[in-house]
Design a protein around this ligand. Structure first.
Ligand code: CMC
Length: 426
């Protein structure tokens, strides 16, 4: 493999270093391109652009491989759990038992939001989308926790614990407020996921009966959502964080990016699509045909990086098979989803474009079975993604090569022209 790439422009040849990742990925380092040649690169949607070097998550989209800090996602899903995996992502290694206990204690200590924040929730209109509430309330943590420029490791610990723990409390409070029920406060007696479920579904008149299968399923959903390298929301976090903005506002920006239906918002869209098919009694084959004819999107299908099965989708599909077997949790929409997948994966339209089910295709069925309303699905994705965002923010801050992120553009607007006074305009 060459260690330099040659580029010839205007009759002159320039050489740029080839960077090779630990898994053999190759990149041309063009940092000096503009200074040396006057050219920039143009890459619609950044499909060919590496924005950083990172040691957190590895994806091979052609082979359907996903690893956090080197450990295959399948192994983590089987043997680990969300909080341990979150630690792995953020600190680089699995915790020993002492580190784990210290981390859990910090999460417990941070779980209460400032009581004055309750006033913020009171200001939202009835029916506000929970993602609108989440993004703004998380950003408003910046008003409660000023962050200095030079953070020491202890400051980082506080930030990590606050965000990991309080996003869960904020999500549950926003839900309780939206249905007009009193808030249930976090309890140090409960583990991370149990605590969240209890804040969501307990009430002063009724205890919440934790179902270990539901707890495990939600934990696994969080674990599978925890990181996915330079996706849209994580890149947003890196972008906003590179200006040294307050980290709570930075995570608010990440949540906003996640909300879009091409990204984390797809889990809500998938269930709404399945409900539409069910309610209109459309056959899955006719639905797939309509998508193709109208150039629409089969939600929960396709991925920028995976051109093969999304390994997270495989795991969640397996989880659907086991969870939805439980009495009372059976969901006919699972059969519709299975049928859609079967039809799409035999269809040349999807095969030729390498469109496979992604993580969002089956995840909504798990969240629905766990009792969550559909508009909370992307909120749950955000809770799961916090460790990934924080891991990238932390990595970026400690990388001596980090500069403010500031892409260039190719200007295609009018060339210089004069200002026309209003009375002379057409
Ligand atoms: N259904 C039907 N056709 C599709 C789909 C789909 N879900 N996704 C892509 N295509 C077609 C697309 O129309 C295009 O066709 P053509 O070449 O004829 O113009 C071709 O496949 C390439 O698609 P693209 O839009 O250029 O691909 P992209 O890498 O820019 O977009 C994507 C990736 C995930 C945004 C897209 O596949 C999509 O919109 N999927 C549906 C939304 C979804 O499920 N999003 C969740 C993504 S995974 C979790 C996450 O990121 O949070």
């Amino acid at each position: 493999m060459p260690d330099k790439a040659k580029i010839t422009l205007d009759g002159k040849t320039y050489e740029y270093p080839v960077i090779v990742g630990t898994e053999g990925e190759k990149a041309i380092d063009i940092s000096a391109l503009r200074a040396e040649t006057g050219y920039i690169t143009l890459d619609n949607g950044y499909g060919n652009t590496g924005s950083c070097q990172s040691a957190i998550t590895f994806i091979d989209g052609d082979k359907g491989i996903l690893r956090y800090r080197g450990i295959p996602i399948e192994e983590l899903a089987e043997k680990s759990f969300f909080i341990e995996t979150a630690y792995l992502l953020m600190y680089g290694e699995l915790p020993n038992s002492q580190d784990f206990d210290t981390f859990s204690e910090r999460l417990n200590k941070s779980s209460l939001i400032h009581e004055e924040m309750m006033n913020i929730f009171a200001g939202y209109p009835k029916g506000a989308h929970p993602m609108a509430v989440l993004t703004s309330v998380v950003a408003s943590l910046a008003a409660f926790y000023p962050v200095k420029d030079n953070l020491d490791p202890a400051d980082e610990e506080v930030i990590i614990a606050n965000l990991m723990s309080q996003i869960r409390t904020i999500a549950a409070v926003s839900y309780k407020k939206s249905i007009g029920e009193p808030v249930v406060y976090p309890s140090n007696k409960l583990k991370f996921v149990e605590n969240f479920l209890n804040m969501m579904f307990a009430s002063p008149v009724k205890d919440y009966q934790l179902d270990p299968d539901v707890v495990k399923a939600l934990d696994m959903f969080f674990l599978l959502s925890a990181d996915h390298e330079q996706n849209c929301s994580t890149s947003t976090v890196r972008m906003a964080g590179s200006s040294l903005a307050n980290i709570y506002a930075v995570i608010g920006a990440g949540i906003s990016a996640l909300w879009g239906k091409l990204h984390g918002g797809a889990n809500q869209e998938v269930i709404e699509m399945l409900e539409q098919i069910r309610d209109t009694r459309t056959s899955p084959a006719a639905f797939v045909d309509a998508i193709k004819n109208n150039k629409g999107k089969l939600m929960g299908f396709g991925h920028r990086v995976y051109k093969n099965f999304d390994p997270r989708a495989k795991i969640i599909k397996g989880l659907c098979h086991s969870l939805l077997k439980k009495p009372g949790l059976n969901d006919p929409m699972f059969d519709i989803a299975l049928k859609l997948e079967e039809i799409a994966l035999k269809d040349d339209y999807f095969l030729s474009r390498k469109l496979y089910p992604n993580v969002d295709f089956y995840s909504g069925l798990i969240l629905k079975a766990a009792g969550f309303p559909v508009n909370m699905f992307t909120v749950l994705f955000a809770i799961g993604r916090v460790p990934g965002w924080l891991a990238h923010w932390r990595e970026m801050r400690h990388d001596k090569n980090t500069r403010i992120n500031r892409p260039r553009q190719v200007y295609q607007g009018p060339t210089q022209r004069a200002y026309v006074p209003i009375e002379k305009r057409k």
